[in-house]
Design a protein around this ligand. Structure first.
Ligand code: GTP
Length: 597
């Protein structure tokens, strides 16, 4: 297909403003799917996505649309909205010439609207503002257009007005895409350069690699080379998602699709790599992507030690489908062999953990998450640590540094005072305020990442009754008075429960944590003291009283089958627990750290 009849674009928006619903409508109106196969958010096909109603993975789909006597091919990428998945968005943008910026007609410009729009502007894309949900009983269309102009600096005079849910204005939207978004450049006869923008593992067919052709043409049976991976393969299958997989004979400049080489070895294919022809290779690879920095880490251990290798394979598979996560083997005295995993944020961590348990069927113990820290040692050496267990004794540390993020809030002016108080309680440094209209403002703070990621979003939502949104990015590291808070359970140090906290809040956090642990750890047949300590100094203590629990005591007489059932139930209850000395600690206890703010 000639590049002049191709358009590549992303759909970007703040969470829940209707990207996936608009994507559904584009599929429906172009005839790619019919009313019968239509199901809401058809592209969100991961279990976790359907359960939570959010997009986690970007999807690339090709649709055909007749316009002025020509058939156009529109390739679009539906992207996630949540801040944790920003990396998915920036990768998608690199594969496009334009973007639809979807903005809710009532909620208006929100934190991720701004972040995603800036990313698209930076990538040099043509942006079409789309005001969605015009069917809502109350809308603020004119004000929302003003916000787009004032906050983002885009001309909103020709913003489209649609209702993705009711199917209003969709044809206009498609025509605007054809008219306003530039066609891809690139020559069909040039040396092949195709960007690997995603991949996934299929149990039957091996690795499926998603590519966008920039120059040249790729054909079935071609011998191709991954320039970075330096491996050579034959293209067994080439195709596009329309939205289901459909094979094609070739893909030319500007086209996006997938290729299958039959490779089953994980680790050979890298997102951001360039595909070229073995026989006529390009001299330079495409620029690729900036590696994302994982900021949240936790340990993941199989409950059943024999699942270790299985977990490694599943993590490799996950890495193929999600290049923004990382893992490395680690051992813990109490938990045995497992992996230290890195994530872009808390939601990302939750999603990966849930995907592993669902898709991979491995039961996991996940340790308390923490952010990364830097340590300047007395020797002058600067080390980055992603596990509180690695903190050496304070004598050898010259400076303890924590990550600092720039947080942008968009919120009703009525809530500003409360949020500003919250930020200053959390060691935030005020930066700026900008009023967006009569009753909304943008507030910027710089504050420690650890004070944001656990519960700031929830706090913001409850203070603003759902009307406030936030976005953040890490801007650097800063020295702070930090200490390692240890937890001892019945006298034993449980490394997996250790956290790093600011000295000022250590006592409060310690007290809250032991209290929470008291609720989460079941009673045993002996007393279980739980202590929080800094070095050898105990700063908080709770005791779980002893209990003599006999689950079968209730069954008088000899109903043996009922007795068995009860014992079985008790066994299952134990499944997600780990033994620390004599004490069993359930999975939930490890996450207490999150709630004990
Ligand atoms: P994420 O993928 O999680 O970032 O969300 P999204 O932007 O893809 O939003 P999604 O399409 O999942 O829609 C969010 C909610 O808004 C759903 O409940 C939709 O039914 C609803 N919605 C989407 N478009 C419209 C619309 O035009 N009108 C109305 N009234 N509701 C809409």
């Amino acid at each position: 297909m000639k590049p002049e009849f191709i358009r590549n674009f992303s759909i970007i928006a703040h969470i829940d403003h209707g990207k996936s619903t608009l994507a559904d409508q584009l599929l429906l109106k172009s005839g790619a799917i019919d009313e019968r196969t239509y199901q809401a958010q058809i592209l969100d096909d991961l279990d976790v996505e359907r359960e939570r109603g959010i997009t986690v993975k970007a999807r690339a789909v090709a649709i055909k649309y007749p316009y002025k006597g020509q058939i156009y091919q529109l390739n679009f990428i539906d992207t996630p909205g949540h801040v944790d998945f920003h990396y998915e968005v920036s990768r998608s943008l690199a594969a496009c010439e334009g973007a639809l910026l979807v903005v809710d007609a009532f909620q208006g410009v929100q934190a991720q609207t701004v972040a995603n729009a800036y990313a698209a502007i930076e990538a040099g894309l043509e942006i079409i503002p789309v005001i969605n949900k015009i069917d809502l009983p109350v809308t603020r269309i004119e004000e929302v257009c003003e916000e787009i102009e004032n906050v983002i600096g885009l001309d909103a005079s020709n913003a489209l007005r649609v209702s993705a849910k009711a199917g209003i204005g969709i044809e206009d939207c498609i025509e605007a895409i054809i008219q306003r978004i530039p066609a891809p450049k690139g020559l069909p006869d040039a040396q092949l350069r195709a960007l690997v923008f995603d991949s996934k593992y299929d149990d039957y067919r091996g690795v499926v690699t998603y590519i966008r052709v920039v120059d040249g043409t790729i054909r079935k049976k071609d011998r191709i080379r991954f320039m970075r991976g330096a491996t050579v393969h034959e293209v067994i299958e080439l195709g596009q998602f329309c939205p289901f997989m459909e094979t094609v004979e070739e893909l030319g400049p500007g086209q996006a699709g997938y290729l299958i080489t039959g490779v089953k070895v994980l680790g050979n294919i890298h997102v951001g790599d360039t595909v070229t022809l073995q026989g006529n290779p390009a001299s330079e690879p495409l620029p690729g992507y900036k590696q994302p920095k994982q900021m949240v880490f936790c340990g993941m251990y199989p409950i059943d030690a024999t699942d270790f290798e299985k977990l490694r394979f599943e993590l490799d598979k996950m890495l193929l489908n999600d290049a923004s996560f990382s893992f490395a083997p680690e051992t813990s005295d109490a938990l045995g062999f497992g992996f230290r995993c890195g994530f872009l944020g808390m939601l990302h961590m939750e999603i990966i953990q849930q995907r592993l348990e669902k898709e991979a069927d491995v039961d996991l113990i996940q340790t308390a998450p923490n952010v990364t820290y830097q340590l300047l040692k007395r020797t002058g050496e600067l080390v980055t640590i992603d596990n509180p267990a690695e903190v050496p004794d304070s004598g050898s540390i010259d400076e303890f540094r924590e990550p600092i993020a720039r947080v942008t809030f968009i919120l009703p002016t009525a809530s500003m005072g409360t949020i500003m108080q919250l930020c200053s309680d959390r060691r935030g440094e005020y930066k700026s305020t900008e009023f967006l209209g009569r009753d909304r403002a943008q507030l910027v703070y710089e504050m420690p990442l650890a004070e944001i990621i656990y519960d700031m979003h929830d706090k913001l939502k409850s203070i603003t009754r759902g009307y406030g949104t936030m976005d953040y990015e890490v801007v650097g590291f800063k020295a702070a008075d930090l200490v390692k808070l240890d937890i001892l359970v019945k006298g034993n140090l449980v490394e997996a429960l250790a956290t790093i906290v600011h000295r000022q809040s250590a006592e409060r956090r310690g007290r809250a944590l032991v209290k929470k642990l008291k609720e989460e750890i079941p009673r045993h047949q002996f007393e279980v003291p739980i202590q929080a300590a800094i070095g050898s100094r105990v700063i908080a203590r709770e005791t779980i009283q002893a209990l003599r629990k006999n689950v079968t005591a209730k069954c008088y007489g000899g109903d043996i089958s009922r007795k068995r059932k009860l014992l079985q139930k008790q066994k299952e209850g134990k499944k997600r627990m780990k033994q620390f000395g004599e004490v069993e600690i359930p999975q939930k206890a490890f996450l207490s750290v999150l709630e004990a703010g």
